[in-house]
Design a protein around this ligand. Sequence first.
Ligand SMILES: [Fe+2]
Length: 298
Amino acid sequence: MRDVQLEITALEDQPFGALVRGWDPSAALDEAARDDITKALADHVVLVFRGHRQPADEELVAFAESFGPLIKGSEWLRDAGSKPEILPVTNARDDMGIPKGTGGAGELEWHADYSYVPQPAKQSFLNAVELPEAGPRTCFASQYRTLETLPDELVERLRTLRARHSVAEYVEGGKDPNRQQLYKGFEAKRKRDEEAGVQRPPIPEAEHPVVLRHPDTGRELVYVSKGLTREIIGLERSESNALLKQLHQHATRPDAVYAHEWEVGDLVVFDALAGLHRRDSWDPHQQRVMRQLSTMVG
Ligand SMILES: [Fe+2]
């Protein structure tokens, strides 16, 4: 007999996504509830947990960990706190003025979490701790749907291709002031670590098939993004860019996107392989603090 049943309902008037009520952060997740969530993720890609009390760091880690081993992304971003599994997604700065976690209040381009890692994220957990007065939204697209709505001949071709993913090139590249700001913050953290003699693992990059089969659902999805996929291997640069642009435009057409409007306390759990996402910019004078965790593909 189960004490609490999670109430899961599809979001109204949205292309996908579901609302989850009834989660108790202090109760260990039983197997039946975990299976319900895994099934709901397969069906809806994005799950918005709302109406519960704010979980403590330990509770958030315990909840996410019940879905698989967690990525310690804060080490690559040189900001590992007492819980390296929790990546601060924030524009907050420390006493020295060095950005914490991901840094910056700029727009974040479409990406799949940790696609630049050989074992990328399978599920991600994003929790709103502190929000600015206005926005920013996080927008999601389903890469299952991208694949299902592409012409068969194109999907056949995509199945033969692999792509290279890199976050370092995203941060270092171009004249975009947001990205330059991210780079500056990262350099400041690198210097801080050097002076303190702290060793951090180098930021990885990775190659993945353009069409992945999801290990849980067995369904195929398109696994490239404008933010993190740098090239399709073996194609001329112009052809690679054109194909990536075509896939990006198709995946993110407005009627295929769910735009999440955050409330403090929201925990959005999403399929990190199929759940492509981006974030709006916000007023950099206002603070936004989010906690992010991700399981890794086994
Ligand atoms: Fe992300």
